[in-house]
Design a protein around this ligand. Structure first.
Ligand code: LMR
Length: 336
């Protein structure tokens, strides 16, 4: 790893020329000549975010344990691709790993809408139980026809609403504009609150909140802290109304291009990194919640009666999507 080009010997130059000729990927950013380079692009930032930590951990383990064979380079914070381009880039082979939110697959399958149904998971443990069920595991290959393979689910946290005014009851949100991800379920949920959904890429949210293009947004503590959304909002309300989780994914083309033993080792590391990420996520979320408070952000905690009003306002959304998601899948997730 990380050899300086200034010290490239004649042999290394010859290897480089051969690698280029043979079509082997090569990178000047810390990967060795001859290694297959896999780019991992994602949109989150900071140092304490669960996705940032898991992606870096994956890269560190591959780069150590598969040194000489495979090299993963991570591009965080939408620096390589933002929301709208990253899935396309995976299909065209310009990137090999992603971890988009499960709410961003609407153009490929309606099934992932199950993860977005408001209040379907009591907490992240329930969501993990669902992803470990046969139905949850089956969804990892739901888009294999398109060319996408899920290697695991990374939990990120429950979601909370923030706005430029305190939101205590759903009626407080009436008439406001909320940034949402590109999920039809999220759009219907915001409409059920009498508010207006504005789909927007993650990289644009801070600016849109700051300039008043939107009044509010919904996200995890880790995103609200690392992207500083709390700085441009009145407060965040602890609704836990939805799950945010990621599909840690690659492409069938990339996986099929690897020798079987390389693929097996890579998938074993991917699996172990996934398990570790899901074990650590709750602590990271708790820390980032505290980080918001320590930085002067305000959090509104709801009474059980207030929270029930949010549940009641959003529950009709389930019926609207029952047909396209499938009643069985919804029941399995809800019973997890
Ligand atoms: C969002 O767009 O709000 C999230 O999906 C960003 C992320 O990847 O956590």
């Amino acid at each position: 790893m990380k050899k300086s080009f200034l010290h490239m010997s004649f042999l290394a130059v010859t290897v480089f020329a051969f690698a280029v000729f043979a079509g082997t990927a090569f990178s000047s950013d810390g990967c060795d000549p001859g290694e297959i380079v896999a780019k991992f692009s994602h949109v989150t930032g900071g140092t304490t975010h669960p996705k940032v930590v898991a992606a870096n951990n994956f890269a560190a383990r591959v780069n150590k344990e598969m040194d000489g064979e495979l090299c993963v380079e991570v591009f965080p914070n939408s620096t390589l691709y933002g929301d709208s381009k990253e899935l396309e880039a995976l299909l065209t082979g310009n990137v090999q790993f992603l971890a988009p939110s499960l709410s961003k697959f609407g153009s490929y399958t309606p099934k992932f809408g199950v993860f977005d149904l408001p209040f379907i998971f009591a907490d992240m443990d329930a969501a993990i139980r669902f992803t470990n069920s046969a139905a949850g595991k089956g969804l990892l290959t739901e888009m294999s026809d398109v060319g996408f393979i899920g290697t695991g689910y990374w939990m990120s946290g429950m979601k909370y609403f923030s706005a430029n005014k305190p939101l205590i009851l759903p009626s407080d949100a009436a008439g406001l504009k909320f940034r949402v991800q590109t999920s039809d379920v999220a759009k219907a949920m915001i409409a059920a609150m009498g508010a207006s959904p504005q789909p927007m890429a993650f990289a644009e949210v801070y600016g849109a909140l700051q300039t008043g293009v939107v009044d509010g947004q919904e996200n995890t503590w880790s995103n609200i802290y690392t992207k500083k959304f709390f700085e441009v909002q009145d407060s965040t309300t602890q609704t836990s109304h939805q799950l945010l989780a990621y599909l840690f994914m690659t492409s069938t083309d990339f996986l099929n291009s690897l020798k079987p033993e390389v693929r097996d080792q890579l998938m074993k590391i991917a699996d172990e990194v996934t398990q570790q990420a899901n074990e650590e996520v709750k602590a990271k979320e708790a820390k980032n919640r505290q980080n918001i408070l320590d930085s002067g952000g305000k959090i509104n905690v709801l009474t059980p009666e207030q929270r029930k009003q949010w549940v009641d306002a959003m529950k009709p959304v389930w019926k609207k999507f029952e047909k396209e998601i499938g009643a069985d899948l919804i029941n399995t997730a809800a019973g997890s």
